[in-house]
Design a binder for this molecule. Structure first.
Ligand code: PEP
Ligand code: CO
Length: 450
């Protein structure tokens, strides 16, 4: 892999001629140029071969042979780059993965919204509190969360902090997933702090016992596969800040193709998926597996054009449609898209994001989501695929390993009046650990009945 190859000559910067939505307005253009030059000299965070591996895994998802579990924070923050936080998120995803694999009997492709998810598109450019109006917070990669004029000025040095935070996070994730922590023999250990306090923890414990029995049985039969000792885990984030993403886009010397080596999979968000915009152009030049968020206004023509632009070879695994319609719209809007895309001969992976179409503001002013709406959107997604005979390929969720109170409902019954107790997200409300496990059990059940 050519580590320092510039992207300019080879197409990684063609997006610069096009309108790029949601980019920060840096007050100092020269400072930005210096940062980009430094980032271009930094080593890759992931390898091209790993991106190819994930593309192959997503191919299995697209063909109906595997299920995607993609989850993590709405917005990571620099303050939370610590072992405890990272382990808690990973633990939750590993537990959900175990539930889905065992209870739905399907291979689960595990992808974190992690190690790079620092940039946020916003619906409003400014925020007003008590008569004071300031630029909105756009993620730790852009400006500060504090509501002060100084904090909210976009600072390009934050792009370097994003790189460093991503590198540290990914390093620990790799250590956890290959260094023994993710060994299936640890299936109980992931739950230790949780089992007594929560009904979903207890339900999980039952499943963990069954997995243990199965492992003991296999061992007694003389087999102990290496696959049980480590977990294949990938990192993904929204490719929002194109200066950063293209500074980390490199030519792979094996193939001559461009890869965005800031993460294994990147996606284009609902607010930046304009067909004539910079983000789609950028994504069309890289070989990573690509996701596109599709909201309720997506037309069939748009979906087919994304396929032409991003997946001209019709390669299963290259393109994932992450559908985020809202519980009240998914049954209406999704069928035509799935039907026409399938009829076009393309094999994309269909994934549900049951979070972003179901956000509302509680009377207390907290942005929240109802667990029941999340569940209902997943149900709608499964119903549509069942009716069409297509594959419900996975879930994309915002979650944390901590006992936060950001979404209402779930087995632990969080009420609107509880939201203030532990509302910690830097952006959208996340499922807590118990809600995440509840969801995994319910999704496994839907998958089994599909
Ligand atoms: C997100 O995933 O945090 C997000 C902003 O989603 P969307 O682009 O679907 O609104
Ligand atoms: Co979000």
């Amino acid at each position: 892999m050519t580590v320092n190859a510039k992207t300019t000559a080879t197409g990684g910067n063609t997006w610069r001629d096009l309108p790029a939505a949601q980019q920060p307005e840096y007050p100092d253009a020269e400072a930005l140029r210096d940062v980009i030059a430094d980032l271009e000299s930094y080593p890759p965070l992931v390898f091209a071969g790993e991106c190819d591996q994930l593309r192959a895994r997503m191919g299995a998802v697209a063909r109906g042979e595997a299920f995607l579990l993609q989850g993590g924070d709405c917005a990571e923050s620099f303050d939370a780059v610590g072992a405890d936080d990272i382990r808690a998120k990973l633990k939750t995803l590993l537990q959900m993965g175990a539930v889905l694999t065992y209870a739905a009997s399907v291979p689960v492709v595990k992808v974190g919204r992690i190690a790079g998810q620092y940039s946020k598109p916003r619906s409003k450019p400014t925020e007003t509190r008590d008569g004071v109006t300031l630029p909105t917070y756009r993620g730790d990669s852009v400006n500060g969360f504090a509501f002060t004029e100084e904090a909210r000025i976009p600072d390009p040095q934050r792009l370097k902090r994003m790189y460093n935070a991503s590198a540290a996070t990914l390093n620990l994730v790799r250590a956890f997933t290959t260094g023994g922590y993710a060994d299936l023999r640890q299936v109980h250990a992931w739950n230790q702090d949780f089992v007594k306090s929560s009904p979903s923890g207890q339900r999980y414990e039952q499943l963990a016992r069954e997995i243990d029995n199965a492992l003991n049985f296999m061992e007694a039969c003389g087999t102990d596969p290496a696959e049980f000792r480590t977990v294949e885990f990938f990192a993904s984030h929204e490719a929002l800040l194109l200066d950063y993403e293209s500074a980390l886009t490199r030519v792979d010397s094996r193939t001559g193709h461009l890869y965005d080596v800031s993460g294994h999979m990147v996606w284009i968000g609902e607010r930046t998926r304009q067909l004539d915009g910079a983000h789609i152009e950028f994504a069309s030049k890289i070989r990573n597996p690509i996701g596109i968020k599709l909201g309720p206004t997506t037309t069939v023509d748009e979906a087919l054009t994304y396929i032409d632009r991003l997946d001209p070879e019709r390669e299963p695994g290259r393109l994932t449609f992450i559908v985020r319609m809202g519980a009240d719209k998914v049954r209406d809007k999704l069928p035509e898209l799935v039907e026409k895309v399938t009829a076009s001969g393309a094999t994309v992976a269909w994934v549900t994001d049951p979070m972003h179409g179901n956000t509302f503001e509680a009377a207390s002013g907290h942005k929240t989501r109802r667990f029941d709406d999340v569940l209902d959107e997943v149900k709608g997604f499964f119903e549509v695929h069942k009716a069409l005979g297509t594959h419900p390929g996975g879930i994309h969720v915002e979650l944390t390993g901590d006992d936060v109170t950001e979404c209402v409902g779930g087995g632990d019954e969080i009420f609107v009046d509880d939201l203030h107790q532990r509302y910690e997200t830097a952006c959208d409300p996340r499922l807590n650990r118990s809600q995440s496990l509840d969801l995994a059990f319910l999704v496994a059940e839907m998958y089994r009945n599909q």
